[in-house]
Design a protein around this ligand. Structure first.
Ligand code: UD1
Length: 424
């Protein structure tokens, strides 16, 4: 298992280019199952989860190709899709595999997708995805660890009025895709409004889908009998951009962050400004972050978009360890998402956890040690903490970070960080 060795204490200076959003690319790739024509996707990040999704789609009988190698363009063509199976071996490494369920049952009337199971940050069930598909006429059984879904008599799903009990991002995406090929109208209420959902709507529309309600929590989808191929460029990764904003701020540096979408970063920029960080818009897709002399503590609560993203919570915690005063961080989306805190405490941070609240007292002098990454965003938080720690930090299990951050070592090195990947 690879490790990162980071020597902290260097202010970061220079420019970083943001890659395409993993969480937009994954549903976009799954959407290619909805049509027999090729779907060409640009700005796809080179990260492990994309490779996993490519393998999964190929297993389900899609032809997944890159016109040139390596490139950020994928072409996916699914001539036919009969009895497609999403196997446990692939699903267990990436929960987003559940995104194949909606398109598969909508296109072929049948789907077999392994249950994703739990993960480090919480139970993360898929009950809301299944209940919605049942409302659309699917018969669903869970047998031998698999979701076995079918539309009776080989027919099509039927439009339905669905009110999500809880806001779910991949649940919204799954049902949105399923509804594009259903008979009649589907109304989705309490839908997720994340920019990645809107990006998926833009792609589906290019494929011929009839959807109203972009950026709103009520989506109306008029099913069509068939969708066509399309070409689409996925949006920039707002979580990668937010992580680099914090990297500039925590190290006392100044970073230019290009190819990002500032409109998607409203909550994180507002929070950083409360801590004294200055974020300047240089061009429509370029930001520059200026670290203050002294970082100030500020409380944060994670929320669905447009609130402060749970996927930025670990990175913000790293920043809070360096801020003067007490920051209370409340995690409302996942029940067990403070695994990084114990590792930050081992580095010298003052953090106490009480259920869904973490109280961080700063500034703390962090010192390097060996720490374990427990999930994708927790690893990013540990990298940020290591960038300000005294001496060397060895981060173990960085396969988590490779799932979602393209070339993070090279990008950090290019702005002056002392970071190496140790292969083992
Ligand atoms: C997506 C993102 C992930 C992000 C999360 C929250 C992708 C590929 N992943 O994950 O990076 O952290 O949104 O912004 O886009 N829930 C249920 N039943 C369900 C579905 C969800 O109870 O059927 C609960 C979950 O356990 C969680 C909450 O709803 O507590 C939100 O989860 P959800 O939005 O579904 O997260 P994902 O779509 O898995």
């Amino acid at each position: 298992m690879d490790k990162f060795r980071i020597r902290g204490g260097k202010p970061l200076h220079g420019a970083v280019q943001i890659s395409g959003a993993k969480n937009s690319a994954l549903p976009a790739m799954a959407a290619a199952l909805l049509t027999s024509e090729p779907v060409t996707l640009h700005n796809i990040p080179k990260v492990r989860d994309i490779i996993t999704m490519g393998k999964l789609l190929a297993f389900m009988s899609a032809t997944v190709s890159m016109p040139t190698f390596p490139s950020d363009t994928y072409s996916i063509e699914t001539n036919s899709l009969n009895d497609a199976v999403a196997p446990y071996e692939l699903v267990k490494t990436m929960r987003a595999s559940i995104l194949t369920l909606g398109p598969a049952i909508a296109r072929s009337g049948v789907a077999h997708v392994s249950l994703p199971g739990g993960c480090a940050i919480g139970a993360r069930p898929v009950d809301l995805h299944l209940a919605a598909l049942e409302k659309m006429g699917a018969q669903i059984a869970t047998e031998h660890g698999y979701i076995q879904a079918k539309v009776p008599n080989g027919g099509r799903l039927k439009g339905a009025h669905i009110v999500f009990e809880k806001i779910t991002v991949t649940g919204t995406e799954n049902i949105l895709m399923a509804a594009t090929l259903a008979e009649g109208e589907t109304i989705l209420e309490n839908a997720a409004r994340e920019p990645e959902v809107t990006d998926l709507i833009h792609l589906l529309r290019k494929m011929g889908a009839n959807i109203c309600g972009d950026d709103s929590s009520t989506l109306r989808i008029h099913g069509v009998p068939k969708l066509r191929g399309a070409t689409h460029s996925v949006i920039p990764d707002r979580i990668e951009a937010g992580t680099f904003l914090i990297a500039g701020a925590i190290t006392g540096g100044e970073l230019t962050i290009s190819n990002c979408q500032p409109a998607h970063l409203g909550a994180i920029i507002a929070k950083l400004e409360k801590t004294g960080v200055r974020v300047e818009t240089i061009e429509p897709t370029t930001l520059r972050v200026h670290a203050p002399k002294t970082l100030l503590a500020s409380d944060v609560t994670t929320e669905e978009y447009p609130g402060f993203a749970t996927d930025m919570q670990a990175q913000y915690m790293a920043l809070a360890t360096q801020a003067e005063g007490t920051s209370v961080i409340t995690e409302t989306i996942f029940e067990n998402r403070f695994l990084h805190a114990s590792e930050m405490i081992r580095m010298g941070a003052s953090i106490s956890i009480d259920g869904r609240r973490a109280v961080v007292r700063g500034p703390a002098k962090l010192s390097g040690t060996t720490v374990q990454a427990s999930d994708l965003r927790a690893s990013a938080g540990l990298v940020l903490a290591a960038l300000v720690a005294e001496g060397d930090t060895l981060i173990d299990r960085v396969y988590h970070i490779d799932r979602g951050y393209e070339a993070i070592v090279e990008k950090l090195q290019s702005v002056g960080a002392e970071i190496q990947r140790l292969h083992s």
